[in-house]
Design a protein around this ligand. Structure first.
Ligand code: MIG
Length: 799
């Protein structure tokens, strides 16, 4: 047994020896002599939940994070007793619980240790709060790596770091600053090429220490609540992430326009300014789908009101913007102005919907409108009321999306920047203090907003974006990374934060492109756009107090680069939509850090910059000024340089030349990348051809293209189109096979097939075994071919 320094663990208590074991279907209870109970529940063969109590009984089991519809059920479960331990075995793992001290070790079926308690579960009584600080420690081997945890602004691999989870309004945060806006207490461990996950579903302030305090120990603890965590076995990181995402839930598909480019600033007003901005996008031919109204559209910052001087007729304006392809998105904060004349305030007061202090008075805090009260979104009745408030905005005025800000919750001019900890919450019938509800406040606000927007947008799809979030918030909302800064370091941070959010289940995320605080140089803005178009959510935003941040605030060259890359995003919309569909169907992250892509390759374990966009596009942003290229790591496999079509074999570090209007971008050999024509907004054009960039590969590769009506819910009834392509290169023949599923008939009738990297001269082309005639001149000079979309096999035969 490991001994610890007296000081460090003074006051800690531990489970004593196990005196009783009972099994109840999928759960096994281990009772210790000193009232500690461990409840181990097998949810899937590869997912086991561990819940501890020190009271001799368990409190009500309630979680905002867990998706009730998550898949569970196992193939095999066997509980046995040995001399020194009990063993719980599934078809994937064995769990041993030591009789003497309840410590747990988890093994794979070859008896290789995956994860092992160091001190294991222990706690410290906390007299002041009438609860315990609950702690867990695991041993960690040299070389183990750690990933996940949401929006942390630090290197991807968390080894050697300690992080804190407490939702905080962190204006102009810096690298390594803790805590930030979001709380996702989920990490992935990777050791000896085996991955596992831990989701510590505890909403109190939590900490994770990844071998920072002690070299071979990883620990996590909470300032209250239960030691309650889920262990997820891989061994592939892919399986850990998809299982976690299944457990905490997946969103529905957003409307396709939400994957377009968004423009934001604090603030665009009055109406004439909004119109100037949108007109300029159309003038300059830079595609844009959404325009945002920040807090100044309201009357004295009162939510659900309009400043009639700036916006005399919002309904007309929103309709005019819509006619030009712009969707209007408005901000809604949680603080409700204390004002007896204000209907939202009056109603909430009458119905008793505001949060209260422990001794009775309403929780009062200063935010933009001045003194405010705050709805208790943890009360289902309050959420229902809140949802109803969106009727006018959405059904009458025609707003298409809602932006929830300040929901950490943020309070101005107080030292802790949020509510006092004694504030009471309903917590869906489990009354508690703000200590427990703080981290889920923003998520519950976004949830209520989502239900409202969804109700009134129906039969169209809603769009919601939030700043604060807890694990599982992805079911309701997209997010952005908060108030970043226009600096090169923040470009690096944004790249990591979005990758990290993607493997933490909350992939529909982006950063404020160009930086929120301070003014980016044209070069920095261009480099940020070049990264931002590869983020699931793509929006320029700035605080507006330092000059403008529309593309035309910079010189011609930057405008051209912005157009070029936003155009590329619009061309890639079917690719982006397909990866979103894989995310909602299977929980597959839209961006994949290299370690996720190839965990067997140790070179990937410490990479930060390169990532895979979807499944087949490798992107590496330029993160320094005056770059003529950069060094990067090319993961294993064969990759085509997007700009030059040069074929490169990966598994090595290399220098890549780029110009100012390029970033390193590579396409996986064998991939088929679908492209739409450039449109100024989603749905602007009707077109008759889907372009397919087909990259030759010797051997087999699969690609899919998901499409549907781009909005609405018919896709849930089977009205989608799923194209599954297989490419096969064999000697001097190249095959493209197509298998179709779904009841949606796409509007186009043809494919324009661009063949890239064919290693031979073409002799003939066959479709479904029949030789076809084609325009040889075009084909030979431009390498493309236009064919009917109805085919099952295209065969290109070389000389
Ligand atoms: O205290 O609404 O992060 O995106 O523009 C600042 C004004 C409040 C913070 C958000 C930012 C938004 C700003 N808000």
């Amino acid at each position: 047994m490991i001994t610890n320094t007296e000081l460090e663990f003074k006051g800690d208590l531990y489970p004593s020896k196990i005196v009783l074991m009972e099994q109840d279907v999928d759960s096994v209870f281990f009772h210790a002599d000193n009232s500690v109970i461990l409840k181990l529940t097998v949810l899937r063969d590869s997912m086991i939940r561990f819940r501890y109590t020190v009271k001799g009984y368990f409190s009500n089991d309630f979680s905002y994070a867990i998706d009730k519809s998550h898949s569970h059920g196992y193939n095999f479960l066997e509980v046995t007793e040995e001399n020194d331990y009990y063993q719980v075995k599934t078809s994937k793992v064995k769990c041993r619980i030591q009789k003497i001290d309840m410590r747990v070790s988890i093994f794979d079926l070859n008896d290789k240790v995956i994860l092992e308690d160091e001190l294991g579960f222990h706690w410290e009584e906390c007299y002041e709060h009438g609860g315990n600080i609950v702690k867990m420690s695991k041993t960690s081997k040299d070389g183990e790596c750690f990933y996940g945890l949401g929006d942390k602004a630090t290197q991807l691999n968390l080894k050697g770091k300690r992080v804190e989870n407490f939702a905080t309004d962190q204006y102009a945060f810096s690298k390594d600053q803790e805590p930030l806006y979001k709380v996702v207490p989920f990490y992935i461990g990777l050791q000896k090429k085996q991955s596992y996950g831990i989701f510590f579903d505890n909403t109190f302030r939590t900490y994770f220490d990844f071998c920072q305090e002690r070299r071979n120990v990883t620990s996590f603890w909470a300032e209250g609540g239960e030691m309650n965590y889920y262990f997820i076995y891989g061994p592939q990181m892919q399986d850990v992430v998809t299982t976690y995402t299944d457990l905490t839930g997946k969103p529905e598909l957003p409307p396709l326009w939400a994957l377009g480019y968004h423009q934001c600033k604090w603030s665009y007003f009055p109406e004439s300014n909004v119109k100037e901005i949108t007109a300029k996008f159309r003038d300059l031919k830079i595609p844009c789908d959404a325009i945002y109204l920040d807090i100044d559209y309201m009357e004295g910052f009162r939510c659900f009101t309009w400043n009639k001087e700036y916006f005399p007729d919002p309904k007309r304006m929103v309709a005019e913007l819509a006619a030009d392809g712009f969707k209007t998105i408005v901000i809604i904060d949680p603080g409700i102005k204390i004002d007896k004349e204000y209907s939202v305030y009056k109603e909430a007061l009458e119905k008793d919907y505001f949060c209260k202090r422990a001794d009775g008075p309403y929780m009062k805090g200063k935010v933009w409108p001045g003194e405010c009260n705050f709805p208790d979104y943890t009360n289902p009745e309050v959420r229902e009321w809140w949802a109803g408030l969106f009727k006018e905005l959405v059904s009458e005025i025609g707003v298409k999306g809602v932006w929830n800000d300040m929901n950490e919750p943020a309070v101005m001019e107080v030292p802790n920047k949020t509510f006092p900890m004694d504030v009471r919450h309903d917590y869906d019938g489990n009354p508690c203090s703000h200590r427990k509800a703080h981290n889920i406040y923003g998520m519950q606000m976004a949830r209520a907003t989502y239900h409202g927007v969804k109700r009134f947008a129906y039969p169209k799809r809603p769009f919601v974006i939030t700043r604060s979030a807890y694990a599982g918030a992805q079911r309701y909302t997209s997010s952005w990374t908060g108030d970043n800064v226009a600096s090169w370091e923040h470009l690096w941070i944004a790249n990591i934060q979005v990758q990290r959010m993607c493997i933490s289940g909350m992939g529909f995320t982006g950063s404020d492109i160009g930086g929120f605080a301070e003014q980016p140089s044209g070069e920095l803005y261009a480099r940020w756009i070049q990264l931002g178009v590869f983020h699931p959510f793509c929006r320029t935003h700035s605080s507006g107090d330092h000059g403008n941040q529309e593309p035309w605030a910079f010189d011609e060259e930057v405008i051209d680069i912005t157009r070029k890359f936003v155009n590329l995003r619009y061309q890639l919309l079917p690719y982006l939509y397909t990866m979103f569909w894989q995310y909602i169907e299977e929980g597959i992250p839209m961006l994949k850090p290299l370690v996720y892509f190839d965990q067997e390759d140790i070179q990937t374990h410490y990479r930060n910059d390169e990532f895979i966009f979807g499944n087949q596009i490798l992107v590496c942003p330029i993160l320094e000024p005056n770059s003529l290229g950069r060094r990067m790591y090319m993961p294993r496999g064969q990759w085509y340089n997007y700009w030059t079509s040069e074929l490169i074999t990966g598994g090595k570090e290399l220098w890549v030349d780029t110009k100012f209007d390029q970033i390193p971008m590579f396409i996986k050999a064998g991939a088929i990348i679908p492209k739409y024509p450039v449109q100024q907004y989603v749905g602007e054009l009707e077109f008759d051809e889907l372009e397919l960039d087909v990259y030759y590969k010797e051997s087999k590769e699969k690609s899919v293209v998901y499409e549907d009506a781009q909005d609405g819910y018919d896709y849930k009834k089977g009205r989608f189109s799923l194209l599954s392509f297989t490419t096969i290169g064999k000697g001097n023949e190249f095959y493209i096979q197509l298998y179709k599923e779904g009841k949606y008939d796409t509007n186009y009738t043809k494919f324009k097939i661009n063949l890239i990297g064919l290693p031979f001269k073409v002799k003939e082309i066959r479709i479904d075994n029949e030789k076809i005639t084609y325009d040889k001149r075009i084909f030979d000079s431009k390498n493309y071919l236009i064919i009917d979309k109805e085919f099952t096999e295209l065969n290109i035969v070389g000389i």
